[in-house]
Each structure stands twice: as C-alpha cells, then as structure tokens.
Design a protein. Structure first.
Length: 306
C-alpha cells in the first residue's frame, strides 16, 4: 500500500499504473465508512497477490487531487476509489461496498493470475534469449502459452522462435489454435505467411522450386510478378528477410496493388517478423527503432506513396 502525495503522485500513481493497475482509495480521518473500507481493500490487495497496487490519498491533505478526480467522475462523497491503468483513471466506485462487489469491480480491470504468470514466463524467455539459451526461452514461452492461451504475443514469440530454429511441425502445432483468427491479427497473419513460404519452398510432393528457376523467368520478363513473388517466398523460407523485401519492392514499384496487395501485405508481414522487442528505456523516453526495420518502412512508404 502506498500513500499518495503531490510529490509522488506522478511516479507512484500515474507512472506505476503503466505497469500494473493501481486502485486509489480517497479517504479522510473523520470518515467512518472510509475506516470500514480501508481494511477490506488491504486484504484484497494481499488476496490478489500483485495483480493490482493499493494506494491511499487523504482528501484533506491532498485536496488538489481528490477534488479533480471527484469533478471528473461527478462524485461528492467519500470513500471514493478510482482505478488507474495505463496512466489514466478508468473507473471508480463510491462507498464502503462489500468485498464481493469490489472483487467484481477489480476483475473487470486487473489481469488474471494466469496472465501475470504468462507475462513472467515471457520476461524469463527474453532474458534466456539474451543469454543465448534458446532451449530455455522455448520452454518458458511454451509455459506462457499453456498458462494463458489467449496471449497472442506470447504465442507469436513462441511460434516465431520455433520457425527460426527450423522446427516447422512444432510451430504449426503451436499455431493451430489461433489459425482461424490469423487473418485479423497482424502478427499472427505474418507467421502464417511465413509458414506458407516455407511450405512453398519445400512442397510435400513434386520438385522444390529454386532461385535459379525464378531468376531465369525474371531475366526473360521483368514484369513476371509471379516469378518475383515466388523468389521472395524462397528468400523468406531461408530467412533472408531484406533480400525478400527487396524483391517485393520490385513488384510494388511496378504494380502497387498486384494480386490484391499480396506483395505489400507480405512485405508488412516480414517487418512484423523481423522487428525486435523494444529496448527498455527510462520513463518518458521513446525506445529507438531498429535501423533495418526503420529503413525498410521508409522504403515501403516511398514506393506506396509515390
């Protein structure tokens, strides 16, 4: 539990709510219901085991903040609780309501225990990768997906790492639960396009295509976009990302909307795949863009907008 003052309001309430929800209890020493509600909130903070942070603000000592929030929500009495998330006040309740009602309120906004556990596994996976422990990272990501199957970011990282390691069958199994929604989720769509490129490069029957085959076709007809796209798929399958995007740009420079925007959509998919996690920076700072991703984003914009 944290006592909020003018000095720590920004750091311990606004900034802190970017990482996890903060429930602000606005109270006063003379308020009987406030004294009834306080212990209930403290027990719930323990019960929720880190899923939210409880903060308290004395309305008499810090009237500037309490009055502003009261006006914002149209409230004239205390106790008054405001939930902050993502740096903003998002919801609130008034009065010393029962614990069950507070749980209902919290459960609408705070992450579930499985979400927190999955997030922890993701952080551990990132640390393992930084140390070069690929198998450890895969194990942590597998746990994250199993713990919270709805976590598309963890699934993206897991399937991506499997594909990077050449474990295509395992990647397809991990991807199967979300295949139906992939067209509507950009990162999942990117993985699906990558797997299609891998299948194109190594078909179950027939002869696998080669770069030389497509080079000959392109040499004979520079506007053979099917050959250019096939070449880009082979490059994707071998994880030659910038070469693949260069080939797709050749299509876009000649026909921006070719084959229902297939070249542009595939180019965007590659950007999703190769973009590394954002570097952690100090509060208020913007993490730097990856130079390769930034360069190829500019090239796409230049071609599409020309």
């Amino acid at each position: 539990m944290i006592d909020i003052t003018l000095d720590n309001f920004q750091a311990d309430l606004i900034d802190a709510s970017m990482a996890r929800p903060v429930l602000l209890d606005i109270w006063a020493e003379w308020c009987g219901p406030c004294k009834q509600l306080g212990p209930v909130l403290e027990k719930l903070e323990v019960e929720y085991a880190g899923r939210f942070t409880l903060a308290k603000l004395d309305a008499d000592k810090v009237p500037q903040i309490s009055q502003q929030l009261s006006q914002m929500f149209g409230v004239r009495s205390i106790p008054f609780c405001v939930l902050f998330s993502g740096g903003q006040p998002v919801d609130g309740f008034v009065g010393a309501i029962p614990a069950d009602q507070i749980r209902e309120f919290l459960d609408k906004h705070v992450p579930g225990a499985d979400e927190l556990e999955a997030a922890q596994h993701e952080e551990e996976a990132e640390a393992a990768l930084a140390e070069g422990d690929t198998e450890g990272a895969l194990e942590k990501l597998q746990h994250a997906v199993a713990t919270d199957p709805s976590n598309d970011d963890a699934r993206f990282d897991y399937v991506k790492l499997l594909l990077q390691q050449g474990r295509v069958d395992d990647a397809k199994v991990a991807f199967a639960p979300v295949i139906a929604k992939a067209p509507g989720v950009r990162r999942l769509d990117a993985l699906q396009r990558w797997m299609k490129a891998i299948d194109f490069a190594a078909p179950p029957t027939g002869t696998a295509p080669s770069l030389a085959d497509f080079d000959d076709k392109i040499a004979a007809a520079k506007r053979d976009f099917g050959a250019r796209f096939g070449r880009a798929q082979l490059l994707m399958a071998s994880q030659r990302w910038t070469d693949a995007m260069d080939e797709l740009l050749e299509i876009l420079m000649r026909d921006k909307a070719w084959n229902e925007d297939l070249a542009r959509k595939t180019y965007i998919a590659i950007l999703e795949i190769i973009e590394p996690p954002k570097a952690k920076v100090a509060d208020g700072q913007i993490p730097p863009d990856d130079p390769t991703v930034a360069t190829y984003r500019r090239r796409l914009s230049s071609v599409v907008l020309s």
